[in-house]
Design a protein around this ligand. Structure first.
Ligand code: TPP
Ligand code: MG
Length: 588
């Protein structure tokens, strides 16, 4: 069996259906094998740029809790791919990246795209090692199976992350041993599992029994746990629940026990509850990076805190005083669930008066060129209130970077059946386009995806819309078109006395740009610059929602994003019903 064919058969056995990538001289054997033997089982997905391909594999893995696969050729293809792979590394998302390398005989001898590190060439292994859990350059055909197995195990072992295989062009044609029919199942069964230890079960049980107001914070790691065990644990222990910005859908947002999101774009009421009322904080599947922990610093410093995760390698040193339980989250919760009779009789109504709050929208300082806000203009928060009525009940929501994403993350409640993703690790603008495509391509036909993207982010990777067109994916890309890198403008206004540099530009007509990417029967396009136009546009797209759409929202006047570091301590808050009524009533 040729190495190229063995690789494809192995991916099929792992139930991988899509390999996201861009081809080129040193990866073309993989694409040829997909063409010859993949039919009906696994397909190549041509991204517009390799970073998009890595983001697609990431979006697929992040939303479906499975391994995503992407590929690139050597040289520029590899470097583009690594931009996206870094996002998966930083956010602990399991992907397998297969990167072609020049023929071995030419390495150090002037090979095209040589990245052997020899003779003043780029060192691919060093680059890849810096941002992967496992990286192996395959030097002989015999090294193929052990390397592939280790790559899959490393990607799917906690903490999850990317594995990279660098495969020289000449090796794809060499013979390797046949694929064992149990290869994938044996591999997946060998994944390490951290069983809960009796002492830890006891510790958590006692802490819960002693607490009157225990709060559970669910991070993205908890999405990999058995969800029934998580829900039973919460209900049995009558816990209040918050989610991190990376896992906003980890608990039903309409459940009375749900406090909201914690983090820079989180709900002020959730932060206050944790800071003032909680007497035990349990954190499952998050290392609480600064973006998440800053607003709940008071609670974390003054209350007992228990972290639960399968791995503690990413825990910031500042939490050294907390109790850390290393265990599979679902298994630990299940163990507690089995002994639930031991729970203290705890008041059940401590959430009775809780109301989730939001930051009241406020206009950003005028830059001298803002138009007055009238009924003929559209604000970011008004647009998000309208979008809230169209969130997928079965599908995915993606937030990109910038002011608009922070506001959408802050304001939107995630419907049950919908995932919500944001790439906070590297925070790379443009992630949401590829992410949304990967998530949707791995979903069934009835699902729907919505991506919230700034105009700056769209300018970075907007052409991936074309990939969505090619694959007929029902994704609505909503572009908040404020003709600027809003978040940079906000920072200039807050921290640099309004000296705005390298952050504004002429408005782009994204509807027109998009119209070049597909005919109207394969791509819906629309533009809205008023609330009324937006209402019509959304109604029109969602009449069928059977293809991708690009909705260009003209935002004339910027709001301060509901992002904790930008807000004064006494920021006014409102509830959601007030929000929908008062979305035009800014406090100044
Ligand atoms: C790849 C990348 N480059 C730079 C940044 C820094 N950055 C964060 S937000 C932002 C501006 C985002 O602008 P846009 O997408 O238009 O959203 P807006 O803030 O205007 O809503 C920039 C440049 C980043 N996060 N990612
Ligand atoms: Mg913008």
């Amino acid at each position: 069996m040729r190495l190229s064919d063995a690789l494809i058969e192995a991916l099929v056995q792992l139930q991988i259906k899509h390999v996201f990538g861009v081809s080129g001289a040193n990866i073309e054997h993989l694409h040829d094998a997909l063409n010859r033997i993949g039919k009906g089982r696994i397909q190549g997905v041509l991204a517009k740029r390799e970073c998009g391909a890595a983001n697609m594999a990431d979006g697929y893995a992040r939303t479906h809790q499975k391994l995503g696969v992407c590929c690139a050729t050597s040289g520029g293809g590899m470097v583009n791919l690594l931009e996206g792979v870094a996002e998966s590394y930083a956010d602990a998302v399991p992907i397998l990246a297969i990167i072609g390398q020049p023929p071995q005989a030419l390495e150090g001898n002037g090979a095209f795209q040589d990245s052997s590190g020899l003779q003043h060439t780029v060192n691919a292994e060093m680059m890849c090692q810096a941002q992967s859990k496992y990286c192996k350059k395959i030097n002989t055909a015999e090294e193929f199976w052990p390397a592939l197995s280790q790559a899959v195990i490393a990607a799917l072992s906690p903490p999850h992350g990317p594995s990279i295989l660098l495969i020289p062009r000449n090796l794809y044609e060499q013979e390797v041993t046949e694929l064992n029919e149990h290869w994938a199942s044996d591999l997946l069964n060998s994944l390490p599992k951290k069983k809960p230890q009796p002492a830890d079960i006891d510790f958590l049980q006692k802490a819960l029994s002693n607490a009157q107001v225990p709060v559970l914070i669910l991070g993205s790691g908890s999405l990999w746990a058995n969800q029934q065990h998580v829900i039973d644990f919460i209900k049995n222990n009558k816990m209040a629940v918050a989610t991190t910005m990376s896992a906003a859908h980890a608990f039903p947002n309409d459940d009375p026990a749900y406090l909201g999101v914690v983090g820079a774009a989180g709900n002020p009421s959730a932060h206050e509850y944790i800071n003032k009322k909680a007497d035990l904080i349990v954190v499952a599947g998050s290392s609480l990076p600064v973006m998440i922990n800053a607003p709940i610093d008071e609670g974390l410093k003054s209350r007992p805190v228990i972290f639960i995760d399968e791995d503690n390698s990413s825990l910031p040193r500042k939490f050294a005083q907390c109790k850390f339980i290393i265990s599979e989250i679902g298994a630990l919760f299940n163990a507690i669930n089995q002994g639930r009779h031991a729970q203290a009789a705890r008041a059940t109504n401590y959430l009775k008066d809780y109301q989730r709050t939001y930051v009241q929208p406020a206009w950003a300082p005028d830059r001298g060129d803002s138009l007055p806000h009238t009924e003929a203009t559209l604000s970011q928060s008004q647009a998000i209130v309208q979008l809230s009525q169209y969130l997928p009940s079965h599908g995915h929501l993606f937030f990109d970077a910038g002011n608009c994403a922070a506001a959408a993350m802050h304001m939107l409640s995630i419907p049950s059946g919908c995932t919500a993703s944001i790439a906070l690790g590297m925070g790379g603008m443009g992630y949401a386009l590829g992410g949304a495509i990967g998530a949707q391509i791995g979903s069934d036909k009835d699902s729907q995806t919505l991506a919230i993207i700034g105009d700056g982010a769209f300018l970075m990777s907007g052409f991936e819309v074309h990939t969505a067109v090619e694959w007929h994916l029902p994704i609505l890309f909503v572009i908040f078109n404020n003709a600027m890198h809003g978040m940079c403008v906000t920072r200039d206004q807050l921290f640099f006395a309004g000296r705005i540099e390298c952050a504004t530009y002429h408005r782009v007509d994204f509807m027109k740009v998009a119209q070049g990417l597909g005919e109207s029967d394969s791509l819906w396009t629309g533009r809205a610059s008023t609330e009324l136009e937006l209402a019509h546009s959304l109604k029109d797209y969602f009449k069928n929602a059977d293809r991708p759409g690009v909705l260009d929202l003209i935002i004339e006047r910027e709001e301060i994003p509901p992002f904790a570091p930008f807000l004064p301590a006494n920021t006014a808050t409102i509830t959601w019903p007030e929000f929908t009524k008062k979305s035009t009533n800014h406090d100044h």
